[in-house]
Design a protein around this ligand. Structure first.
Ligand code: SF4
Length: 509
């Protein structure tokens, strides 16, 4: 079925129709020739019924951002940027490019469309890391940038009312992830925001510096790979299992410069946090972006966090895909990605002879409150056998750990009773290794089950370390046994219902 570009409307079609005729050189008019002004011309109704090329959601968003009727994969288009995010690792470099290319006195394109989030190397004595945050602060003051989630007192994050934590989760929690918009970020996991039906992707400092000066970027439209997952989500699976399965199937280069669109009966069963976990790891398959069509669950989340208007797009039924894969959820089992690549998938139950030395629950992909709820369900009334590190992604997650209860215990109490290390201050912490004094950094030949998203050599610190990527269920189960463990071995999922989004809100507060 052919469809219109969503949300354009008759006025938009009229506007574009006029623009098109101006650019048509073969009908007797030359481009730029003087045109006599006369009475408005009658436009025949059929010209309004403009048949558009079917497009995917990603193509529609990019077409809108480029002020075009439609785009096709491979088109190089200039897009207007709705949000540019940068953080303490890449922000100083981005600022340097901006000042070098646009001048010391240049102003950013829009001080309300730039979001700056210190989050990576925060709780460290490393002077260069600390200096990076100072550079961000100076720039924000100079440019009067509205959204800066600052931290001045590193000894106590609670003393910093503006500080949030990990950028991708903070972006969502603070209402910066809106359907139909274009977001760029100087971080490869910016694709996280595709969960909201937003085109979101990571860029380098040079591109980000250019955006700071112009508000635009040249983008090649990616072809879309569609992943349809159908059936009832088994209670023992989390979104992490789904995306590790997909990456295991297609490989870390299997979606290079493609858009990964997640669809099917699974989507209404996933909360916004679980959708973020899916889209967050699109980059681990080389994807340009991950995306999910927004629905009522999306609107509920977004509307609670921003009053800015937005536009919801969906993929046309006749849209073309570079690849189209279908999964039956009932066929999937808990998996891990073994060292040293996110596509080195194996069933968790096949790795039960792998002795571990620690567990890490944190990061943008595995440190959200629902990740901790999942871990707490498995850990309640149990004891961990290995050091278990907990790093809430944001201060809101940190606060929720001390508020949400299961069976009368807060999540923090459950973790404490199980013998976990107290939750750390929210940040990226050891997900990216960081300075030597970073909380939970792997500094020797540790074997870690982690809810993070990358396990390349040295990613969490020492190259001697081995990291098994896993869901919070699997990480918690492994902490209990001291071996990589399928969560079904230690937790009765039949008699303890999983936490679907609709019941999450009913947890005790
Ligand atoms: S938590 Fe890890 S993956 Fe996420 S932004 Fe921080 S370093 Fe990157």
């Amino acid at each position: 079925m052919f469809g219109f570009v969503s949300g354009v409307g008759v006025a938009g079609l009229l506007k574009r129709s006029a623009a098109s005729s101006r650019e048509t050189c073969g009908n007797g008019f030359s481009r730029g020739a003087p045109v006599a002004v006369s009475a408005p011309q009658r436009i025949d109704a059929p010209s309004l019924i403009k048949v558009q090329q079917p497009m995917t959601i990603t193509e529609k968003i990019l077409a809108k951002a480029a002020d075009k009727d439609f785009v096709v994969p491979g088109d190089n288009i200039w897009v207007n940027v709705d949000v540019l995010m940068t953080h303490d690792v890449c922000g100083p470099g981005t600022i340097g490019v901006f000042k070098r290319e646009f001048g010391q006195d240049a102003k950013v394109f829009d001080k309300e469309k730039v979001v700056i989030i210190p989050d990576h190397y925060i709780f460290t004595a490393d002077e260069r890391a600390n200096r990076n945050v100072d550079i961000l602060r100076d720039f924000v003051e100079e440019q009067d940038i509205k959204y800066f989630y600052d931290i001045k007192d590193r000894s106590n994050f609670k003393a910093n009312p503006d500080y949030k934590g990990v950028c991708h989760v903070a972006l969502a929690q603070e209402g910066h992830t809106r359907p139909g918009e274009v977001m760029f970020g100087t971080d490869s996991h910016t694709c996280n925001a595709g969960a909201f039906g937003q085109f979101a992707t990571g860029i380098g400092n040079t591109d980000a510096g250019f955006i700071l000066g112009t508000g635009k970027l040249l983008v090649k439209v990616p072809a879309t790979m569609r992943f349809e997952m159908n059936g009832q989500m088994p209670d023992y699976l989390l979104a992490k299992d789904l995306i590790l399965n997909i990456i295991g199937d297609i490989g870390v280069a299997g979606a290079t410069y493609r858009s990964l669109e997640f669809a099917g009966e699974v989507i209404p069963q996933l909360s916004m946090e679980e959708r973020q976990t899916l889209c967050n790891m699109a980059i681990e398959a080389g994807g340009k972006n991950g995306i999910i069509a927004p629905d009522a669950i999306t609107s509920e989340y977004v509307d609670a966090r921003t009053s800015k208007p937005y536009e919801k797009f969906s993929t046309d039924s006749k849209a073309s895909f570079y690849a189209d894969r279908t999964y039956n959820l009932a066929d999937l089992e808990p998996v891990v990605a073994k060292p040293h690549s996110p596509d080195n998938r194996d069933l968790a139950k096949n790795c039960r002879d792998v002795k571990i030395t620690r567990t890490y629950i944190g990061s943008c992909t595995g440190g959200k409150i629902e990740d901790f709820v999942a871990a707490a369900r498995v850990l309640q009334y149990q004891k961990v056998r290995v050091p278990t590190f907990l790093v809430p992604a944001t201060r809101r997650v940190y606060d929720d750990l001390h508020q949400y209860k299961i069976n009368g215990q807060t999540l923090a109490e459950i973790f404490n009773s199980a013998g976990c290390i107290d939750p750390a201050s929210p940040s990226c912490a050891a997900c990216l290794g960081g300075p030597k004094d970073t909380f939970a950094r792997i500094n020797s030949a540790e074997v870690c089950v982690s809810t993070t998203n990358r396990n390349f050599p040295g990613r969490m610190g020492s190259k001697e370390g081995q990291v098994y990527l896993a869901s919070p269920y699997t990480a918690a189960a492994s902490a209990i046994t001291g071996y990589v463990t399928d969560p079904r071995e230690v937790y009765d999922f039949d008699s303890n219902k999983r936490h679907p989004a609709e019941t999450f809100a009913s947890l005790e507060e």
